[in-house]
Design a binder for this molecule. Sequence first.
Ligand SMILES: [Mg+2]
Ligand SMILES: [Zn+2]
Length: 278
Amino acid sequence: MGKKFVILVDMDDTIECLTDAWLERLNSQHGTHVTREDLTCWDFAKPFPTLTEEEVYAPLYDGEFWETVKPMQDACEVMKELIEYGHEIYIVTSSVHETISAKMTKVLFRYFPFIDWNHVIVAQKKQMIRGDILIDDGVHNLVGGDYVKILMTAPHNRDYDAEANDMIRVDSWEDIFQVIRSLSESSSGLQVGHCDVCGEENTEVVVCCSTCGAESFSYCKKCLAAGAEPYWPLVTYISMAGSRRDDINDAYNEIIDKTLNHLGIPEKRFWGDVRAVQ
Ligand SMILES: [Mg+2]
Ligand SMILES: [Zn+2]
């Protein structure tokens, strides 16, 4: 019942672990001992003062290197679940053109086969892309964007004050799932209040139009799922159409049945109340 979103998802260090593979490659190739803790800023070359910039970035241009990039934990399962729920997912990556092909075949389509090329957007300026949410580890991709900003924690952004900059920080795909679920529910009008059907107080309700006409009521999740309507408004509504089951069409009899079953009210009492208000 939640709202469906267009979710933009960054690739490097959001759905896969580029940093880990890259560090491992450079360390084994050049005998360095740089760890994730040493990466304090976006510039990957900084903790490698003995290497040239060309040496640092060389792996990204090597197709075989991408074979060693592994998916991030739970990314696949959570994205699949979000898609099944009805959200649309687009991968938005700011890769340089030389690396795109290897990155797609050796990482994206290999580990996330449910995402096709029609759901990939290559963009250096992600703020130009329209979507409801962007999940990204790069602060510069989130700042100024017209989307809900979810910042995936990475070594280079761990000291950044996400909250002060209108971003939601997450540490895992499990976190992402929770954040999107609650955004989806709150955007759909779910609020805490009184259920007009069962009368429960302080419960999560959604305010929506009754199936019996142009009137809105609050429904808790259980009553909404049961297809039940508030009792007295239903009595009044039905009383205008007739005074016994045969007077009412099948669709309305079904609403009556669902409501009475859900509330545990005998049918005899219902029709008595209908005749009483006529
Ligand atoms: Mg990234
Ligand atoms: Zn209820």
